[in-house]
Design a protein around this ligand. Structure first.
Ligand code: PHE
Length: 381
């Protein structure tokens, strides 16, 4: 019994050590095989590199063939990348780097071949071309009349020291109405019905650029001498004289001792610069909730020279802007002390000025983008 047991023990021991030896051998063989794979892959890559360097693409078909063979979804680069799974773990990093380099190498070669081909095409299309011939005339296009007039207005006011300020077209109720002394349910809101955003009626499309005046005054850096050009919106029936969107330039001057005389002189200068020295001006008392006193300014009709015609409805005058002294409530709504500071404000429609300046009879032309209309402004600045 004893010996049997011993014998058995010896056999187990022997068997297990054979097994161990065998598995070590197997592991070694596998390792060798795997390293061989890596070796073989590297050799292959080297050979492919030589082939790639030697590749020439005399036409676009050959270039495309190169792309498919090497860089396509079933191309060599992708296939070799797929060999990663056979590379032993400790070599994966090195192999990955080699493959990346190989990919970049192949892509660079592709780019170079393409460039060469493109250059040949350019050369071919210029063959026999006489470079001493005069060039073709390129149509320059023209600025939109609204832009022409807006720029003109800006440059006139810049000479008087007015800076340009801009602000949002989508506005909240306070900056478009509330701060301008137009509380909710104020009847004057009817004059400027607008478009509200369904999801949140607290937001609306601004009806004038006065919202920028409020935003500038809120900043509290006095004095303020600014003009505010921009697009505005109103819920109006579209006709030859009105649209649901148009452009305005408003102006604001707030400082010590600003008076109505300053307002008149500023606008006087503007009109003469814009329409010429012979234009006459008149102010009519008017009403705006945000100015007090308020006025509307007319200029003598440019079409008939003041004798009466269709444009001025036989009156000899056309209205071009609204203006007035900034209402004390507006100043205090923006944190400015109305006992210390005064200001004037004005607002005009760019379409209106453009129609008068260029005798355009229908405001809709400005937004139709008809080149026959727009072409007429070529050369105007
Ligand atoms: N905001 C006015 C409008 O759009 C124009 C205006 C501006 C009038 C400033 C007076 C003072 O109708």
């Amino acid at each position: 019994m004893r010996t049997t047991i011993r014998f058995l023990k010896v056999t187990e021991k022997k068997q297990s050590s054979y097994l161990q030896d065998a598995s070590i051998l197997l592991a070694l063989a596998l390792l060798l095989y795997l390293h061989l794979i890596m070796e073989v892959l590297l050799q292959q890559i080297e050979q492919h590199k030589q082939a790639i360097t030697g590749f020439s693409a005399p036409n676009t078909d050959a270039l495309e063939a190169f792309r498919i063979q090497y860089l396509g979804t079933k191309g060599l680069v992708k296939t070799l990348m797929g060999e990663m799974k056979n590379v032993p773990n400790e070599d994966k990093r090195a192999f990955g780097q080699i493959m990346n380099e190989f990919k970049e190498f192949t892509e660079a070669r592709y780019d170079a071949l393409k460039e060469l081909l493109d250059a040949q095409h350019v050369d071919a299309s210029f063959k026999g071309f006489d470079f001493t011939l005069p060039g073709d005339n390129l149509p320059l296009g023209s600025r939109h009349p609204i832009s022409i007039v807006r720029n003109r207005i800006i440059s006139i006011f810049k000479r008087l020291g007015f800076a340009v300020a801009e602000g949002p077209e989508i506005e909240d109720d306070w900056h478009n109405f509330g701060a301008l002394n137009l509380p909710e349910d104020h009847p004057a809101r009817d004059m400027q019905d607008t478009f509200y955003i369904n999801q949140d009626p607290a937001w609306l499309l601004r009806t004038h650029t006065s919202n920028v005046q409020i935003r500038e005054m809120e900043k509290g850096h006095l004095p303020i001498r600014m003009i505010m050009p921009g697009r505005v919106y109103r819920n109006e029936t579209i006709s030859a004289r009105a649209h649901c969107f148009f452009h305005q330039v408003e102006g604001l001057y707030v400082a010590d001792n600003v008076s109505f005389a300053d307002l008149k002189q500023t606008l006087y200068f503007f009109v003469k610069e814009m329409f010429g020295q012979d234009v006459k001006i008149r102010f009519r008392p008017s009403y705006f909730p945000f100015t007090e006193p308020s006025a509307e300014m007319d200029i003598s009709c440019l079409i008939c020279g003041g004798t009466g015609c269709n444009v001025c409805k036989q009156t000899g005058w056309v209205e071009i802007l609204g203006c007035g002294m900034v209402h004390p409530n507006v100043l205090s709504n923006c944190g400015i002390d109305p006992n210390k500071y005064t200001g004037f404000a004005f607002g005009t429609g760019i379409e209106r000025i453009t129609m008068l300046k260029y005798q355009v009879k229908d405001l809709r032309l400005f937004s139709e983008n008809d080149v026959r209309f727009l072409n007429q402004f070529t050369g105007a600045i």
